[in-house]
Design a protein around this ligand. Structure first.
Ligand SMILES: *Cc1c(COP(=O)(O)O)cnc(C)c1O
Length: 344
């Protein structure tokens, strides 16, 4: 089966399994698992931050960051369809007591002026106690909900700087920051530089089985560790999992470019098939969203599945395919052959 549903479906490689089997472990709740500590140090260094904390999922990483930056009643600014607000089960309200206010967006990005305009200004006739407490700006790079597009690095920097000038804390949801860095020709640390906290996933493009991290200042990460424990994210001999993440960082980060090439190849091939519409210009990283116009999208997915390729119905006529470590160029060509057969 060629599994294009998500880049989270990767299985650990033989070399990664060996690293996992050989991992030294301790008790992460006591913060003495040497492999977890090594992963945290490595991640912090890559992101240009003082410290990082390893956690079981990207959702938990984001929600720990939100809780770390806010108090109940605060408002978080984020683009429409931000993962933190749309795919995390209402966690900002449930776990931190905050609301997420949507910024207007172009494909998941926004401008420094949008941030400035969203922060209420003190008015001479109003006491500060009635001014809406907008506390945090959250940006997502790449944008999951907008097809894996990445931020122009200068624009990302400009919104973080504007937020800081407005007195806001800043968080970068970098579940696919590795993809953004490759696609924009920038180091992950440069993309994260102007943000107080950044979350990254090891279980997507890097192909590790489990885990994410939140990075930031030593003080921020100390506070984040408290909420990791509070939210039930303390995991004991997590060095086994961290070893997979370290292996992914060391061996799978640069090869992400192959995923982007495969996504572009898939999009270009799909664009040639009558009954499929795809805007190839919007395929910038490892995600391809396309529309099937010649038949119902769920039916197309079922028939493609029977021919050996799994894709995700994204609602209406839209379908999502995501490339990753376990998808080869031959798999892309086989998927295109199958798609032609379904529609032919
Ligand atoms: C996948 C993803 C997450 C959450 O990661 P999980 O490990 O699936 O919880 C957070 N943000 C974005 C942008 C994502 O794509």
């Amino acid at each position: 089966m060629i599994d294009l549903r998500s880049d989270t479906v990767t299985k650990p490689t033989v070399a990664m399994r060996r690293a996992i089997a050989d991992a030294e472990v301790g008790d992460d709740v006591y913060h003495d698992d040497p492999t977890v500590i090594a992963l945290e140090e490595k991640t912090a260094a890559l992101l240009g931050k003082e410290d990082a904390v390893y956690v079981p999922s990207g959702t938990l990483a984001n929600q720990i960051a939100l809780r770390t930056h806010t108090e109940p009643g605060d408002v978080v600014l984020a683009a429409q369809k931000a993962h933190i607000a749309t795919f995390e089960m209402g966690a900002p309200a449930a776990l931190s007591g905050v609301t997420v206010s949507s910024l207007p967006t172009v494909a998941g990005t926004f401008a420094a002026d949008d941030v400035r305009a969203a922060v209420p200004k003190l008015h001479a006739s109003m006491p500060s106690s009635v001014i809406q407490p907008v506390r945090l700006l959250a940006a997502e790079n790449t944008h999951n909900g907008y097809g894996g597009r990445f931020w122009p690095p200068e624009q990302l920097k400009a919104v973080a700087v504007a937020a800081r000038e407005e007195g806001l804390a800043t968080h970068l949801d970098g579940a696919r920051l590795w993809n953004a860095a490759i696609a924009s020709g920038t180091e992950p640390g440069d993309l994260a530089a102007d943000f107080d906290s950044v979350s990254v996933c090891f279980s997507k493009g890097l192909g590790a089985p489990v885990g994410s991290a939140v990075a930031g200042s030593a003080e921020l990460v100390t506070r984040a560790r408290r909420f990791k424990q509070m939210f039930g994210g303390g995991f004991r001999q997590a060095g086994l999992l961290a070893a997979g993440a370290i292996h992914g960082l060391e061996h799978h980060r640069q090869r992400i470019v192959e995923d982007h090439d495969n996504a572009a190849r898939l999009a270009a091939g799909l664009a040639e098939i009558p009954g499929i519409e795809v805007d190839v210009a919007t395929v910038e990283t490892n995600m391809v969203y396309f529309d099937v116009t010649a038949m119902a999208a769920p039916e197309f997915c079922d028939e493609l599945f029977d021919l050996g390729a799994a894709v995700l119905h994204a609602g209406g006529s839209s379908i999502r395919a995501v490339t990753h470590l376990d998808v080869s160029t031959d798999d892309i060509d086989a998927t295109l052959t199958a798609a032609r057969e379904v529609l032919g």
